[in-house]
Design a protein around this ligand. Structure first.
Ligand code: PMT
Length: 219
């Protein structure tokens, strides 16, 4: 049989949410299910690629044949990507990385009803590192870096801004919010590159994954 089209190519994918601990038992996170990133991993595997999937906590089975690196926080995810990026041909950042994390993690469970304090007002948030931007900056000729943009409005404008600011070769921009993007089986995306934008119809994430890989082949 003829070799599969992506045989010998190494693809690094981030998927799922990150979780950022507040105290010994609590965290902040988001609604990412990992479906989009796992669909990309499956699609790349079926084209013959060698896949490393850096995944936040999700309840999906590991794609057969992928190297799965489980992580929790954005900083863990960055460290795992830094380790695998240099040998990757393609990097796809589909994870919903928490932009902020609590500045400190309390070792004990925080107690309610603490005197002189209402609610959790002393939990301060700091910015997490930007994994996609870090990899985009580190990219060498020949490597392809693809990011996502999860937007609630002005998808094309914000997506194009992210293409530039994160030094990506393509941004998959999708509308998120009530029943859209996070957790669903379907997704609608705009594929944004330097040369233009391609609006795709609503489709299964498994099909969108193939459309994204087709576009990467063109790049
Ligand atoms: O997991 P599912 O339930 O299937 O949902 C899929 C999805 C909606 C999560 C996915 O389609 C999606 O949009 N992923 C990107 C979510 C996101 O964090 O978007 P953003 O616009 O905030 O970030 C832009 C890009 O930078 C993304 O590629 C993101 O992975 C990356 N990023 C963001 C922040 C950060 N600190 N590090 C990053 O690498």
């Amino acid at each position: 049989a003829a070799p599969l089209p992506w045989t010998g190519r190494k693809v690094l994918i981030t998927a799922g949410p990150t979780v950022e601990p507040i105290d010994a038992v609590r965290f902040v996170s988001n609604y990412s299910s990992g479906k989009m990133g796992y669909a990309l991993a499956e699609a790349a595997l079926s084209r013959g690629a060698e896949v490393t999937l850096v995944s936040g906590p999700v309840s999906l089975p590991a794609p057969m044949g992928a190297t799965v690196v489980p992580v929790k926080t954005a900083r863990d995810m960055l460290a795992a990507c830094e380790e695998a990026f240099d040998s990757a041909d393609v990097f796809i950042a589909s994870a919903a990385v928490a932009d902020f994390r609590p500045a400190e993690t309390a070792k004990e469970k925080l107690k309610k009803g603490t005197e002189g304090q209402e609610g959790l007002e002393h939990v301060r948030f700091v910015e997490n590192p930007d994994i996609l931007a870090t990899m985009g900056t580190r990219k060498r000729p020949g490597q392809i870096v693809v990011g996502f943009a999860a937007e609630t409005s002005d998808i094309e404008r914000y997506g194009r801004q992210k293409l530039a600011s994160k030094h990506a070769d393509m941004i998959v921009a999708n509308q998120v919010g009530e029943g859209k993007g996070f957790g669903t089986d379907d997704n609608q995306a705009l594929l944004i590159t330097e040369s233009g934008s391609e609006a795709l119809p609503l489709m299964a994430k498994t099909r969108l994954a193939d459309a994204i890989l087709d576009k990467i082949e063109q790049i």
